[in-house]
Design a protein around this ligand. Sequence first.
Ligand code: SAH
Ligand code: SF4
Length: 354
Amino acid sequence: MPRAIYDLSFQALEGALVADGLRPIHARSLWRALHRDGAEDLTDHPDFLPPLRRWVGERVGHADGFHALRPPVHTEIASSDGLTRKYLLRLDDGQTVETVLMGYTGRHTACVSTQAGCAMGCVFCATGQMGFVRHLTAGEIVAQVQHCRAVLRADGAGNTLRNLVLMGMGEPLHNYDAVMAALEIITDRRGINLGPARVSISTVGVVPGILRLAEEQRPYRLAVSLHGATEAERSALVPASKRWPLAELIAACRSYGASTGRRIFFEWTLIAGKNDSPATAARLAELLQGIDAHVNLIPLNPTGAFDGLATSAEAVGTFQRVLQDAGFPATVRQRRGIDVAAGCGQLRAARRGE
Ligand code: SAH
Ligand code: SF4
C-alpha cells in the first residue's frame, strides 16, 4: 500500500527527496503542485525538473512509495438552497467521514472531521452515538480540505476557500498531534495558505489540549462546546464533563484567554427544557464573567438515539437577549441545510446499514 503523501510536512517531504538523492530545492515545486494546486496526478508535471519527474515516476503510485489521491466520494447531498454540500468520503480502510462545504460565491467554509466516530459520547450527537472508531491521520484531514478546494475549482469558483472549522466528526483535541500537523500544512504559505486566524478548532472541553494550545501559542481560533452552566446540567449532556469538570474547564479557558489575549467562542446546543431557560442563560453569563467570550447558540438538530427537541425560536431569542444584556456577543447559528442531515455525524449514521 503506498503511503499518503499528504501526511508529510514540508520538512518530511524534503527529507524523502533528499534521501533519494535529490536536491532540497525540488521540495518546493512538489509542495506547490500538491498543496497549492491540489494536483492528484503528478506524472510529467510541467513545473517539475527532470530529476523530480524521474522521482515521481519511480516513487508515486508504487506499493513502497507514495500516493497523492484524495478520498473518493461515497455519498454527496446538497441542501435545497444549494449553499451547503455535504460529502461522505471513503478512506483507505473503508471508514467514512463527513466533510461539509458551505458558502456563497467568493467565500467558502469547509467543515472537516478529525476522527472516525468519537469517544466523548455527547448524548445528542450522532457521532457520539456511534462511538470511537479511530483517529484520522494528518493527511486524511488535509485531504478533506483538498477535496473542498477541488469541488470549488470544478465549479469555476477558483481558490475561494477562506475558512476552516474542525466541527465535523470527532474531537480534535483528542487527536492533537495529527490535527496540529494537518493545520501546519493547511496554513503553509507555500501551499493552501489558509489564514490561521480563519481556522476554528472546536472542542468538547479537553482541558489538557486547551492548555497546550495556549502554551504552544497556536494561532487558531478556539471554540468550546459548553451546553451546560452547572456541572449537573452539563454532565447529563456531555459525559466528558466528568473527566474535565466544568470548573476546571472554565479555569483553563481563563488561563487560555489570559496567556493568548484571544477571544474564545462558546458553543451552546439549545435543547428544549434541558438547557434553554432564561435562568440558565443568566448562570452562563455569570460563569463567563471576565472572559472575552462570544456565544454561538445552535438549536438542536434532532438525532436518532436522543429524544430531545430543538428550542423554539422565541426561547432562543430570549436566551440570546439575556446574554447580550449581560454584555456578551451572542449569535444564533441556524444549522443551514437542515434538510441534508446537517448535524455532525448524521449522514454517516443515515447511511449505515444501506
Ligand atoms: N467534538 C467537537 C467538534 C465537533 S462537534 C465539539 O464537540 O466541539 C461540533 C459542534 O456541533 C459542537 O458544538 C457540538 O456540540 C454540535 N452538535 C453536535 N451534534 C449536534 C446536534 N445534533 N444538534 C446541534 N448541535 C450539535
Ligand atoms: Fe464528539 Fe463533539 Fe459529538 Fe461530543 S459533540 S460526541 S465531542 S463530535
